[in-house]
Every structure is written in structure tokens, then in C-alpha cells.
Design a binder for this molecule. Structure first.
Ligand code: NZQ
Ligand code: ZN
Length: 390
């Protein structure tokens, strides 16, 4: 086990109807003037925005609405948000939505507090020093940004769309309100994308070279087994509150780093995927459903017993002691079948991509002269090989 410091400063407020307490928590964390940030239609149509707005007014808080965040949040709206916050002296950002809205809110918060263009931070040229406080009312169990220390944004630049992440402990939200009932209106495809993403967040940590991490390995397996058990219930009955609740909590724990702080983590699959959602604007979870099993096949040999353990402990595959690789392969097959059973794509073509784009994907990945991943360090040729497998 590696040495670590673990602090989870976000306050989680869980349960039905709790979004009506948003104003109380904004006040608790010092907000007086709020940017209420949200996405396209869903939060407006369901009446959620009005309920949250009323809770802010009840606490005597003033707020400005800024909607229109698109999936794979785009930089122009973020720059607009930064301008509004500066002009209006906003001191708190409340994100009502999923990963895209939360990440957009975090990016605005970075832009307001730091001097440089936020591109400098997302392109890792400079380190941000802080962020305006952000609170969350979560509407989809997926990205885990409600508890994570990161934000992922698509920057539209002259030579293409760069989807890049920025991280820092100060980027965890002050509070996150998790009402599972809010996720009942999700289209099945989005529910499924979220299920893939949260599982991938555990897997990026599960495949590690660090040994003697039994407690967190067992936690990781418990989270994955919970996801596998609850997913079919919500696909069958979108209004199954208890299953939605289990998935929502699993999604938060999948990515608040509880399962990762004691070990080396990989993240190559996420990096490979981000180029797909940048180029094709596909859902991040759908991209992962295609990339992650291919990555697992590509790296199986690195530690066959690790992959076999996943197969046995998570999917209940039979352990073939004579040929553990057989078991490892059965685990990858089970994962792929689970994700496709939810309606997720299997190939690049199903995502809307094509093999001719691989040189573009590699160029945007900026892989030359560096490697991706920690479990197995992938060079440019490895990345190309994996893209060719999709
Ligand atoms: O815009 P609206 O109308 O709200 O529609 C959204 C959107 O189209 C819809 N939706 C959300 N809640 C809904 C709903 N529709 C009906 N009812 C509801 N309750 O769902 C669609 C997808 O929303 P989005 O926020 O994009 O989904 P998700 O939470 O999966 O976020 C994906 C983004 O997060 C990034 C991804 O790369 C992607 O850009 N990630 C962020 C991470 C982080 N900050 O820690 C880590 C992740 O690995 C990931 O990279
Ligand atoms: Zn993810």
C-alpha cells in the first residue's frame, strides 16, 4: 500500500426532495450572490430549476441564471460565465445537472479566481491557485464530478477540439445534493452511459501495480457488484427509487478516490476516450464502453491473475487454474456483455466514428514523446493499436 493523504471535504445531502434545501447550504458555505448554472431542457422542464431558485430566494440570496451547458461542456459558454460572474460579483456557483454542468461550473469558478486564460490550466501549462465555491444539485449518476477533484472541458481551438481535464483538491464541490428521484426522468441511453462511466472509474483504479491493497480492492469489487445488480432494475423500471439510490451513491464512491488513494491508478482508457467524445461529441460513457474492454484485452498479459481476479470476484466467472488467461478473457467478455445489454455500443462505427480518423485521434491525444497510463505505460504505437481494435 502506498502512503497517502485522504480528505473528502464535500458535504453530501442525500434523499428525496432535498434540492429544496439548496439555499440553506449555499448560505452555509458563504454564498450571497449565486450563478445558477444548468444544461439544456431537463432541469427546466421538470420544474427542478424553479424549486432550486425558490430555495435560494427563501434564504434571501440573489441569483443569475446561466443555462445551455451541452454534454462534453464547451468553452465559449464557460468564458461567458466567467465574464458574468466578474461583472456581477458572483461569489458562489450552483450547478444543477450532471457532469457536464458541474465541470462547466468548476471551469467558471477557476476562471473567476485565477488570472490566466483557463486554457493555461487545462493544457497543464500553469497551475490554478483556487476556485470560486461550487455547490451541486445532481441529476444523473455518472461522472462523479459531484465529489471529484477534477473538471473536463472541450476547448474549441483553431486546429480542433481539445477535451482536457484540470484537477486540484480545491476543486471538490462544497456540497452536493443527491436526490435519486431526480434521475428517474433520464433517457435509458443516458442512464446506461452513467452506469458504464461509474464502473470505469472503479476499473481505472482497480488495475494497479500496487500490491497489498486488500481493503480498497474489496471496496472496489463491492461497488462494481452493486452497479451490476442495480443496473438491470433501473433499465427495467426507471422509477425504481431504491435502485436509483444505490446507483447514485455508487457513482459518487466510484470517483471520490476512496478506491484509489492507496495505489497507482491507470486512466489510459479515459484519455483514449476523451479524444472520441471530443471528435464525435458522443457520450463519454458510450465511448468508454467501446474503449475499456479493448484496453483490457490489450493489457491482459501484464498481470493475468489480476484480470482473472476481476472475472471471478466481480462477475462470478469460474477460475480456470490450468489456464488463468481463459478466466481473464471470460471476465472481459462478461463486462462487454453487461454493457451491451444496457444498449451500449461495442465498436467505433456504432459510436459514429471511423478507422480513417485514427491519425487525427492520435494527433489530438498529443501522445508523441510521452506515455499514457500507469498499470501499463502505453506509447503512441500502443494507443494506435488499441484504437485499431475498436
Ligand atoms: O442538458 P440536459 O437537458 O439537462 O440533458 C442532459 C444531457 O443531455 C441529460 N440529463 C441529465 N440529467 C437528466 C437529463 N435528462 C433527463 N433527466 C435528468 N435528470 O443527460 C445528458 C448528459 O448529461 P451530462 O452532464 O453530459 O452527463 P454526465 O454526468 O455523464 O457527464 C459527462 C461529462 O463529464 C465528464 C465527461 O467527460 C463528460 O464531459 N467527466 C467528468 C469527470 C469529473 N469531473 O470528475 C470524470 C469523468 O470521467 C468524465 O470524464
Ligand atoms: Zn469517466
Amino acid at each position: 500500500m502506498e502512503s497517502f493523504v485522504y480528505q473528502m471535504p464535500t458535504k453530501f445531502v442525500f434523499g428525496e426532495g432535498r434540492e429544496t434545501e439548496a439555499g440553506k447550504y449555499v448560505k452555509e458555505f458563504g454564498g450571497t450572490k449565486v450563478l445558477l448554472h444548468y444544461g439544456g431542457q431537463s432541469a427546466e422542464k421538470s420544474g427542478l430549476l424553479d424549486r432550486v431558485g425558490a430555495s435560494l430566494e427563501k434564504e434571501g440570496l440573489t441569483y443569475i441564471r446561466l443555462g445551455g451547458v451541452k454534454p462534453n461542456p464547451k468553452s465559449p459558454l464557460i468564458y461567458e460565465g466567467i465574464r458574468i460572474c466578474r461583472e456581477e460579483k458572483v461569489d458562489f456557483i450552483l450547478a444543477v445537472g450532471g457532469g457536464s454542468v458541474i465541470d462547466s461550473a468548476k471551469a467558471i469558478g477557476l476562471g473567476v479566481v485565477n488570472e490566466d486564460d483557463i486554457w493555461e490550466y487545462y493544457s497543464k501549462k500553469k497551475e490554478p491557485k483556487g476556485m470560486l465555491p461550487v455547490g451541486v444539485v445532481l441529476t444523473i449518476a455518472a461522472a462523479g464530478s459531484e465529489g471529484s477533484n477534477g473538471s473536463v472541458v472541450s476547448f474549441e481551438r483553431e486546429d480542433g477540439v481539445y477535451k482536457r481535464d484540470c484537477g486540484g483538491e480545491f476543486m471538490r464541490p462544497k456540497f452536493s445534493i443527491l436526490n435519486p428521484a431526480l434521475t428517474e426522468t433520464l433517457p435509458p441511453y443516458q442512464t446506461a452511459c452513467g452506469i458504464v462511466d461509474m464502473m470505469a472509474h472503479v476499473l481505472e483504479r482497480y488495475f494497479t501495480n500496487t500490491s497489498d491493497v486488500e481493503l480498497t480492492d474489496n471496496l472496489a469489487e463491492a461497488i462494481m457488484k452493486t452497479i451490476i445488480a442495480e443496473a438491470p432494475k433501473v433499465m427495467e423500471n426507471p422509477e425504481d427509487y431504491q435502485a436509483r439510490a444505490n446507483l447514485m451513491w455508487a457513482g459518487t464512491f466510484a470517483h471520490n478516490d476512496l478506491c484509489g488513494m492507496d495505489r497507482g491508478q491507470d486512466w489510459a482508457s479515459h484519455n483514449l476516450e476523451h479524444e472520441l467524445s471530443a471528435l464525435y461529441d458522443c457520450a463519454h460513457g458510450a465511448g468508454l464502453a467501446v474503449v475499456m474492454p479493448a484496453w483490457m484485452e490489450y493489457v491482459t498479459e501484464h498481470n493475468v491473475m489480476r484480470m482473472a481476479r476481476f472475472a471471478v470476484n466481480v462477475f462470478g466467472c469460474h477460475m480456470d487454474f490450468a489456464d488463468p488467461e481463459n478466466t481473464a478473457r471470460a471476465g472481459i467478455k462478461a463486462l462487454r456483455s453487461f454493457w451491451t445489454s444496457l444498449g451500449m455500443p461495442r465498436t467505433l462505427e456504432e459510436l459514429g466514428g471511423k478507422k480513417e480518423d485514427i491519425p487525427t485521434l492520435l494527433r489530438m491525444l498529443e501522445i508523441e514523446g510521452r506515455t499514457l497510463g500507469d498499470y501499463v505505460e502505453l506509447n503512441g504505437e500502443d494507443c494506435e493499436n488499441i484504437y485499431k481494435m475498436l
